[in-house]
Each structure stands twice: as C-alpha cells, then as structure tokens.
Design a protein around this ligand. Structure first.
Ligand code: NI
Length: 253
C-alpha cells in the first residue's frame, strides 16, 4: 500500500476522469492515502472538497510561489479557515521558484514569510516548493525554527539534506529520481535517514520512467519506490511500508 504525499487531483488535466481515478483506479492499484496540496484559492478549496469526498484523500492549503502575486489579506484568512478543517494537515505548497519567477523574488519571499508565520501560529507543518532557490529557502526557513516541514520534489545537495534532517525536516522524492539526468538523487537518497523519506508523484507532472512525458497519477508510485529500493538495497514493499509510516507521522494521519 502506498501513500502519495503530493498530488494535484484538482488540476484540470484530471477533469475528464477524476472520479474514475479516485473512486476506483487508484485504490485498486494499491494507493491507500493521497495528500492533495493547494496552490492558490481555487486549488486549495478544491483540495479540501476532494478530502471531504474521499476517505483516503487529505489536503493542504497554501499559495505556490508562482501564484504569489494573487496573495493578499483574504488569502491569509482563507488559509487560516481551511486549516481549521479536519482533513487539512499542512500549509502548502509554498516556497520559492526562481526558475520561472526570477523577476518576482521579493514578492515570493514576502508571501513565503507570511505563510510560515501562519504555520508557526497554528502549529501546522509546511510543504516547500524550492526550485533553483536553495540558499534563500534555507535562510528564510532558519528564521522560523519552530516550523517543521518537507521539501517536496527534493532537488538540493546531500549537504543541504543533512542540514534539513538536523533541523527535523523531511525530504520527498518524485519520479524525477528515475530520470537518467538525476545526478544528485542517488547520493542524497543513500545519505538521509530512512525515517525522513517520503514519496510523491506530483501528479499530473513528473511521471517516472517508463511513463515519462505522459500525464502522471498515483498508480506510478511503485516506480519511484523501486528506485529508492535499488539505491538502499531494500525491497519495494519495505520502501512502500516505510514511506507510508513516515507520511502518516508527518501529516498526523
Ligand atoms: Ni506540486
């Protein structure tokens, strides 16, 4: 049984078959838990709606760095309100993206800080999106030592991973670790403690090999688990069990 700790079933790419996937296909393929994060108002509300409809779906609410421009007072109010819902277990996904948003760094940083302050106040963990912004992410998070979280689709170095582990954080890996050009992933995966690893698909994006380039869904989790099993000398079943346990601990499920 698998826990997909990061999948966007609110995405319009699932409009044609969302119900079929969540009602039948995913549970039948061994997916036992899904965490659907929000990226702005619409997706945060949609994530909560899905969590209310499906027993095994949980949600997070937050503003993605790519949507930082639409964050205002009412966003804060919404995040606080949604965090009061039973199945909302984190604030996310939040963070910094300098790959696509190099011209909005200041806004992104401000929005990240405001959401970290809410997380600190409410005692919620956070889901961090960090793309080409490792140093700034680490510096900003260091100012909120009470806030714990997970780096989703971890892409940093082994040194940075060790620092995060020391601070009590988790790392989550996507299908990107199955790509041929994933140079850092093997070193990171073999160096972090097994009780800090989670797996995710980031569906509908980042489908693992051999389905790379196609729309992704949680039934592809075994390919990610397989790569970790290979690197750590474990069975796929043991990786599934371990990442399930870690995810449940992290999201308090
Ligand atoms: Ni995501």
């Amino acid at each position: 049984m698998y826990f997909d700790t990061h999948a966007h079933y609110d995405d319009e790419m699932f409009d044609g078959d969302r119900e079929w996937l969540l009602d039948r296909a995913l549970p039948e393929s061994g997916v036992a838990l899904v965490l659907n994060p929000g990226c702005e108002r619409r997706s945060s509300l949609f994530a909560v709606e899905l969590s209310e409809k499906y027993d095994y779906v949980y949600a997070a609410a937050g503003w993605h760095p790519s949507d930082a421009a639409s964050f205002d007072e009412s966003s804060e109010t919404l995040i606080r309100e949604l965090c009061g819902k039973k199945k909302v277990r984190a604030i996310g996904e939040i963070g910094l993206d300098y790959h696509y948003g190099a011209d909005t760094k200041e806004t992104q940083q401000k929005v990240l800080r405001r959401q970290l302050a809410i997380a600190r106040e409410l005692g919620k963990p956070v889901i961090i999106h960090d793309r080409d912004a490792h140093a700034d992410c680490m510096a900003i998070l260091a100012a909120y030592p009470e806030v714990k979280g997970v780096f989703h689709c971890y892409s940093g170095s082994a040194e940075m991973a060790a620092e995060l582990v020391k601070r009590g954080w988790y790392l989550s890996f996507t299908g990107a670790i199955t790509f041929k050009n994933a140079r850092r992933a093997p070193e990171v995966i073999t160096s972090v403690p097994l009780d800090r690893i989670m797996i995710e698909t980031d569906s509908p994006y980042l489908a693992p090999v051999p389905n790379r380039g196609h729309r992704n869904d949680s039934s592809n989790l075994p390919y990610i688990a397989e790569r970790i099993a290979e690197l750590r000398g474990m069975t796929v079943g043991a990786v599934a069990e371990l990442t399930m346990e870690n995810g449940r601990r992290f999201f308090d499920i």
